[in-house]
Design a protein around this ligand. Structure first.
Ligand code: BDP
Length: 330
């Protein structure tokens, strides 16, 4: 019994050892991806395509799941968790990113880009590289910059044509002081709030309205409670498909190449889907009775932003160079 017992124990510990040693190689990596949007949304399709390509090209060494609709937490929390490697990857607006990555604030400056086309070229060129370097310093590897179009104001009161129409208006903004200053400069009152709370807050008159691109306005049904959409296009904020540096550092060079390529491919897909969805969303909300108006003269909105730039640059003089890099990019 003694000898038998010893043998069994030895065998058991040998087996246990084998299991522990073999586990990392045999077990596929299982990633968790954060997404704030509903499943049928350009960002969501881009992220799913990214994950599918990574799994296929690594022959299943890397698997993963994209968690949609913010079930893994609010955007500011998810940014922190991805930096820490608790979440492996995510698709983030560079708006709330500014709190963690100072360089990201540059694209949250109102009217910084001249057009969507210029934004794409800038994000794929030197300005985008400067941003990616800033992200990497804070633990995030940028795999591609997704499109989020331009953001405009919408509310439950009436059309906006001039800043005077926003006097005293309560407007929900994303979590970043720059947006609070932006609304104040237009005469309104900003309330930073999580995306998930906006619908109810407009409905119950906690705020009069918010600002977003047409696909987000439509996919969240904000148009039901705020049926006036005014094309101010005051912010063009790109988004980033980013992987945690902690996760990235566990990959072999071959796997890193696969992940990079899948990131680029998913970016191209997302940008295509984005264009289609923008058109479709506008049609949907118009059909639902939303009053959409173009703002004939955006000049007064642009001019009102001078103090926002001044305050930002005075508080962050080290950002002057990168702001100019974006402003002067042709
Ligand atoms: C959407 C962005 C999303 C933001 C949301 C917001 O895609 O990342 O969380 O706006 O306003 O356009 O919070």
């Amino acid at each position: 019994m003694g000898i038998k017992g010893f043998g069994a124990t030895a065998l058991a510990s040998a087996l246990a050892f084998a299991v522990v040693v073999a586990a990392p190689a045999a077990e596929a990596k299982d990633w968790r991806g954060w997404n704030i949007h509903v499943e049928d949304y350009p960002v969501s399709h881009g992220m799913e395509a990214f994950m599918a390509e990574v799994t296929e090209k690594t022959n299943g060494e890397i698997k993963g799941k994209v968690f949609h609709q913010g079930v893994l937490g609010s955007q500011p929390d998810a940014i922190e968790q991805t930096r820490l490697g608790i979440i492996d990857f995510g698709e983030f607006s560079l708006g709330p990113m500014g709190q963690a990555v100072p360089e990201a604030n540059v694209v949250s400056l109102p009217f910084i880009f001249k057009s969507i086309d210029q934004m794409h070229r800038a994000m794929d060129g030197a300005p985008g590289e400067a941003l990616s370097a800033g992200l990497e310093k804070k633990g995030l590897i940028a795999l591609g910059y997704y499109d989020a179009g331009a953001r405009s104001f919408y509310n439950s009161k009436g059309p906006i044509n001039t800043p005077a129409d926003m006097e005293g208006m309560k407007v929900r903004v994303m979590n970043n002081d720059l947006f609070v200053d932006m609304i104040a400069a237009l005469g309104g009152n900003a309330t930073p709030m999580a995306f998930a709370e906006v619908y109810q807050s407009i409905k119950t008159n906690v705020v009069d309205g918010a600002e977003n691109n047409p696909p987000s306005y439509e996919s969240t049904a904000h148009h039901e409670v705020a049926p006036y959409f005014s094309f101010s296009e005051h912010l063009i904020i790109p988004e980033v498909l980013a992987i945690s540096k902690k996760t990235w550092d566990t990959l072999t060079p071959e796997q890193q190449e696969i992940v990079k390529t899948a990131g680029k491919n998913s970016t191209m897909l997302q940008r295509e889907l984005w264009k289609e969805r923008e058109t479709a969303s506008l049609e949907t909300v118009k059909a639902a009775g939303v009053q959409v108006n173009m703002i004939e003269d955006k000049g007064p909105f642009q001019e009102a932003m001078a103090p926002v730039y001044e305050k930002f640059l005075a508080a962050n003089p080290e950002m002057t160079e990168i702001v100019e890099l974006f402003q002067n990019f042709e």
